[in-house]
Write a protein that binds this ligand. Structure first.
Ligand code: SF4
Length: 244
């Protein structure tokens, strides 16, 4: 089977445990205002490669990733879920730890059976909970969050290891009450191994210019250290004190 590949990184250190080979797949149905990879959106772009070609490439780095593994990211990698399952199946047979970095937006009752198959060969899910409020989630990403929260519950019900990630975007996803609601939701899950706060950054702005697109958050600065620390206290540490 062939997948559409956006890019590869042979020495990733921020997308799961240990040193990881990170495979970025092409295509995404979301349109996050802060997206730093707009070139990953087009489902018809990218380079086609077979799962065997990917496995051969990954195994070149076997000694580096022996305490890490592979992470498949995007775009939204689960647009190509059959390809992800095939790559993971082959790599797991070779003893490689597997993780997927997903928005969870494609999970529903119809796609659930194929997610059951994925979970048999996926050791860890990096799940981005971009906003706990569905309307605000839609403003931020163009999709509502109900399916994503259902996916989080599905993973919890199946005791599947998860790292939750939240991108902190000033004025969009840093409201303290929303962060507390996010924390409260995470507390209902019993499978969360780690929670990460990812500060918004502007590294993708030039890609918009190169693609002739308007950058939706033009002029928005990354969050302050204080704001990141506050979000960390609330979402990661579960601090409940309200600051007025
Ligand atoms: S889910 Fe990821 S790739 Fe897709 S628009 Fe959002 S940030 Fe970009």
């Amino acid at each position: 089977m062939k997948g559409r590949i956006h890019s590869m990184e042979s020495f990733g250190t921020v997308d799961g445990p240990g040193v990881r080979f990170v495979l970025f797949l092409q295509g995404c149905p979301l349109r996050c205002l802060y997206c730093h990879n707009p070139d990953s959106w087009n489902t018809e772009a990218g380079v086609k490669k077979t799962s065997d070609e990917i496995v051969t490439e990954v195994m070149k780095y076997k000694s580096y990733i022996k305490n890490g593994g592979i992470t498949i990211s995007g775009g939204e990698p689960l647009l190509q879920i059959d390809f992800v399952i095939e790559v993971f199946t082959k790599l797991k047979a070779l003893g490689i730890h597997t993780a997927v970095d997903t928005s969870g937006a494609l999970f529903n009752e119809f796609t659930r059976p194929i997610y059951d198959r994925l979970m048999k060969v996926c050791d860890l899910v990096l799940l981005e909970l971009k906003h706990i409020d569905s309307q605000k989630h839609e403003q931020l990403t163009k999709v509502k969050n109900e399916q994503i929260l259902n996916f989080a519950r599905y993973l919890s019900d199946n005791h599947h290891p998860v790292w939750i990630r939240h991108v902190l975007v000033p004025g969009y996803s840093d409201d303290e009450n929303d962060l507390r609601a996010l924390r409260a939701f995470i507390e209902t899950l019993d499978n969360v191994e780690k929670i990460e706060i990812l500060p918004y950054h502007v590294m993708g702005v030039n890609k918009y210019k190169q693609m002739g697109l308007e950058y939706p958050l033009e002029g928005l600065e990354p969050p302050s250290q204080k704001s990141v620390a506050k979000a960390y206290d609330i979402v990661v540490n579960g601090e409940t004190t309200s600051v007025n």
